[in-house]
Write a protein of this length. Structure first.
Length: 94
């Protein structure tokens, strides 16, 4: 099974009115159909966002036992910083 993780990140502004960051994990079955396997939504500061992204990725790998995971992160707002941080940590994005 192929997995696709799609992250939409919120702008990171202090306060309780922050928008949510979200991730959906989609599986592409052998029948070529798409299946929603997991959803995540939370209001996070940036360090928590990085930890959540890594955790979501590791959980998908452990659950579905595949290295075939495509990770898509919105390249705007905190998504740009998340991409840079994950590349620097050499995790998820290679």
């Amino acid at each position: 099974m192929e997995l696709i993780e799609v992250f939409q990140t919120a702008g990171l502004v202090e306060g309780t009115d922050n928008a949510y960051s979200a991730c959906v994990t989609i599986g592409v079955g052998y029948d070529k159909k798409y299946y929603v396997l997991d959803c995540f939504r939370a209001k996070l500061d940036f360090p928590s966002l990085v930890r959540a992204a890594i955790s979501i990725h590791e959980r998908a790998f452990a659950t579905y036992h595949t290295h075939n995971v495509e990770t898509i992160i919105e390249d705007a707002s905190s998504g740009t910083a998340l991409i840079q941080e994950l590349k620097a940590k050499n995790s998820i994005l290679n």
